[in-house]
Write a protein that binds this ligand. Structure first.
Ligand SMILES: *Cc1c(COP(=O)(O)O)cnc(C)c1O
Length: 381
């Protein structure tokens, strides 16, 4: 009996996805725009292949939905960060496309990766050895990308490790090396000297390894020019509408719209304290709207910001709460904004990059932080 009750309770709290009427906020994701952004990147790449990076649940937008949309544009190579993400993505999209696990396979997990038909990104000699052993046991060659550290110091084989392998003729037995890859640390700063240094280091490391197609560019790397394109580009952010050329006009189109519902409106008199800690006091009579959206939905508490309604900016007042934010709606005619109406947090009035700028962060963090409580509405599929 108790068991049944507990199970039911557990079911109600995990009963996502939420309906539009039950949700506090609505996240609209336009898959046709993701496809258009992919086409724009492909156009820039000429004939070079273009993968889709869908780690962190497709930068918060839904890895399965994004990958399916990209597949319809002919994209057949995907990158995730974790094995768990790779297994989930394989279940969602079925056999066919290659899925690479960028962070490498945790020791002992290799058979699971093989079972899911995943490609390893090999970041060390130990990982190479482990993948060879599994290939031997499986009795067939297993696909991999050799990731080398060309100067970011994050993931991939260090130069000394690459040199050691270069002299070992059997090191790659049983491995189907599909790519040699590396990642740029400063690609969003086109004049940063590290870009060319990394490109040259990549050339040197690649020359020591078995001949294979090469991959270096992320979204911003694509805009560094053809010498960074090699055989495969790996954009993530640009697909999702984040500007890959900060400081320049965004060559990508916006993909998401985030709208929150008004939970209540009120009038307050001059001097009234607003929100937790009374960090704000009304400097005159004000009209307020409280929206059902807060830091539990991924909007950073420290970020001062605003929502938008019919082209009008509605500033946040006081602190961001877990489930709510108080807006100053005094600029609107009385009664114009009512309970249940939607205000915009992300969309035509405020881009992901704008919101990131206000919050002192980057668009990547805004998207990856988007919470699980929204009603997610996919259009353009
Ligand atoms: C995240 C990631 C990418 C994609 O980077 P964006 O800047 O989002 O385009 C490509 N390669 C690697 C190794 C990554 O970790």
């Amino acid at each position: 009996m108790n068991d049944t009750v507990n199970r039911n309770a557990a079911k109600t709290v995990t009963d996502w996805p939420v309906s539009e009427v039950a949700a506090g906020a609505i996240l609209t994701i336009d898959l046709s725009v993701i496809r258009e952004n992919y086409r724009r990147l492909k156009a820039r790449l000429g004939g070079v292949r273009c993968a889709g990076v869908v780690k962190a649940n497709g930068y918060g937008l839904g890895a399965a939905q994004v990958a399916a949309a990209l597949a319809r544009e002919g994209c057949d190579i995907f990158f995730v960060a974790l094995l768990a993400e790779g297994i989930a993505l394989r279940k969602a999209i079925g056999t066919g496309p290659d899925i690479y696990v960028l962070n490498g396979l945790p020791p002992g997990s290799e058979p699971e990766a093989v079972a899911a038909g995943l490609c390893a990104a090999i970041n060390s000699g130990a990982q190479l050895q482990a993948w060879r052993t599994v290939a031997h046991d499986a009795g067939r060659r297993l696909p991999a990308a050799l990731q080398v550290d060309s100067g970011m110091s994050r993931l991939g084989m260090a130069p000394a490790e690459v040199e050691a392998l270069a002299g070992d003729s059997s090191a790659f037995d049983g491995i189907d090396i599909r790519y040699v890859m590396s990642h740029l640390a400063c690609a969003d700063e086109p004049h940063h000297p590290a870009n060319e240094q990394q490109r040259l280091a990549f050339e040197r490391l690649r020359a020591m390894l078995p001949r294979a197609p090469a991959s270096l560019a992320n979204s911003s790397g694509i805009f560094l020019g053809p010498s960074y394109h090699y055989d495969l580009a790996r954009p993530g952010a640009a697909l999702y509408g984040i500007n890959p050329t900060p400081g320049e006009p965004n060559p990508m189109l916006p993909v998401v719209r985030l709208q929150a519902k008004v939970a209540q409106t009120r009038r307050v008199e001059k001097g009234t304290g607003i929100g937790y800690g009374h960090t704000y006091h009304a400097d005159g009579p004000l009209s307020l709207a409280t929206i059902s959206f807060g830091y539990a939905d991924g909007w950073l508490r420290r970020s001062a910001s605003a929502a938008w309604f019919e082209g009008l900016r509605l500033p946040f007042l006081g602190r961001v709460s877990m489930d709510s934010i108080i807006l100053d709606i005094s600029a609107l005619p009385p009664g114009r904004l009512r309970e249940g109406d939607l205000v915009e947090l992300l969309g035509p009035s405020q881009s992901v990059d704008d919101a990131a700028g206000h919050a002192g962060t980057i668009g990547y963090e805004i998207l990856a932080s988007l919470g699980p409580r929204f009603h997610r509405h996919y259009v353009g599929g």
